[in-house]
Ligand binder design. Structure first.
Ligand code: SF4
Length: 374
């Protein structure tokens, strides 16, 4: 709940507005759960670490969702001014998009997360999750990226409600400019995000597009969603998106050897992006389990980036963190919850068909970035 929703609900239960506001602040800022509030205490069932990057799993206890697990990644970001922390959150358990390069896609969609379960990932990261390299949690969560499990536009109403809560000044207080939503490019979802961005206080919310291909043929091969939302529609949706700041869109490009990494591919991508003010984020592919492709070698990553820069495209490279613990981009997905079933709100389960809508780029979670300007 936002502060206003929380106060209204508390007043219905006989609390004063002042007491409700104090409780809301204590809950978000200090992690103190008021006795009269129902906040599930999800066990943090695992924390795996590579270097200072950690993945944590919340075991849900809600009726109908018992035992299901969210996955989130905490990524320390060294900056000149000191280390900050980026939190990569999941918007779904599993994903229906079926991107061929993605571990999560192997699960299918199991469950949409509710807004409170999305916010709970921030709350747990801020107040509960042990951080082996930062036991006092001195580096608070500064940035939030919706790049964990799931396609945010496939659960957009809950994602938007979660964002409204996360930016609330009396609660989490994360500036909209520090939040990014990454999507495979559902044009309707992009339009809904655009409506939110038009609201006061949300103008600087960031949108990232998971492109990953130079043309429709390659994109459809690795991202089945492209059949429903081909690249021309994507471009139209991006060109219509409201732009309030100088910030560029982030276009993510998972570089997969032999699939989308040739010089010709690079030229095609740059031509496609020419009309869009954007930054091209090159993400060296992190092999999923049983992957048909290896990770790209350094030389081919460097060559692709240099060519993009020569084409006049602002380009960044996303460094890989967490690959050894399956916490890197596109690697989230818990082996234990692979029953390919979607559990509906009423608790019933039904098979989910994979590969109809498509995928957002691999979770962007892990990001040391090197920029190259033309
Ligand atoms: S890359 Fe993103 S959108 Fe695609 S299957 Fe994985 S989690 Fe879903």
């Amino acid at each position: 709940m936002t502060r206003a929703q929380f106060v209204a609900a508390a007043r219905e239960r006989g609390r004063t507005a002042h007491a409700a506001l104090e409780a809301y602040r204590a809950l978000f800022r200090e992690g103190v759960v008021p006795a009269w509030c129902e906040v599930p205490d999800y066990p943090v069932t695992a924390t795996l670490v590579e270097g200072a990057t950690s993945k944590f799993v919340l075991r849900l206890t809600d009726a109908g969702m018992e035992g299901l697990e969210t996955e989130s990644v905490l990524i320390p970001m060294p900056r000149a001014s000191g280390t900050t922390t980026t939190l990569c959150v999941s918007s779904q358990i599993g994903c229906a998009m079926g991107c061929r390069f993605c571990e999560t896609a192997q699960m299918g969609l199991i469950k949409n997360l509710r807004a409170d379960q999305i916010v709970h990932q921030w709350w747990s990261a801020t107040h509960r999750v042990p951080r082996p390299t930062d036991p006092a949690r001195t580096h608070g969560v500064k940035n939030i990226v919706f790049m964990g499990m799931g396609e945010p536009t496939d659960n957009i109403d809950e994602v938007i409600q979660a964002i409204r809560v996360l930016v609330d000044h009396d609660g989490a207080g994360v500036p909209a400019s520090n939040i990014s939503i990454s999507t495979v490019g559902n044009p309707d979802g992009i339009r809904k995000i655009g409506e939110l961005v038009r609201e006061e206080g949300f103008h600087r919310l960031n949108l990232a597009l998971s492109l990953n291909a130079p043309n429709d043929r390659v994109r459809t091969e690795i991202m089945p969603v492209n059949r429903a939302w081909p690249m021309a529609r994507l471009k139209d949706a991006l060109l219509e998106f409201p732009r309030y700041s100088q910030a560029a869109f982030c276009v993510e490009y998972v570089l997969i050897p032999g699939v989308n990494d040739s010089d010709e591919h690079c030229d095609e991508v740059c031509a496609f992006l020419r009309e869009i003010r954007c930054s091209l984020n090159v993400i060296p592919y992190n092999p999923r389990r049983n992957s048909p492709w290896p990770a790209p070698d350094e030389l081919s990553v460097a060559r692709f980036m240099a060519r993009a820069v020569a084409n006049g495209q602002f380009t960044k490279r996303r460094g890989t963190k967490g690959r050894n613990v399956m916490a890197a981009c596109g690697q989230l997905g818990n082996e234990k919850i692979r029953a390919r079933r979607y559990i509906a709100e009423d608790g019933s389960a039904k098979p989910v068909s994979l590969g109809i809508p498509a995928a957002k780029p691999a979770s962007a979670a892990q990001t040391t970035q090197t920029e190259q300007r033309p």
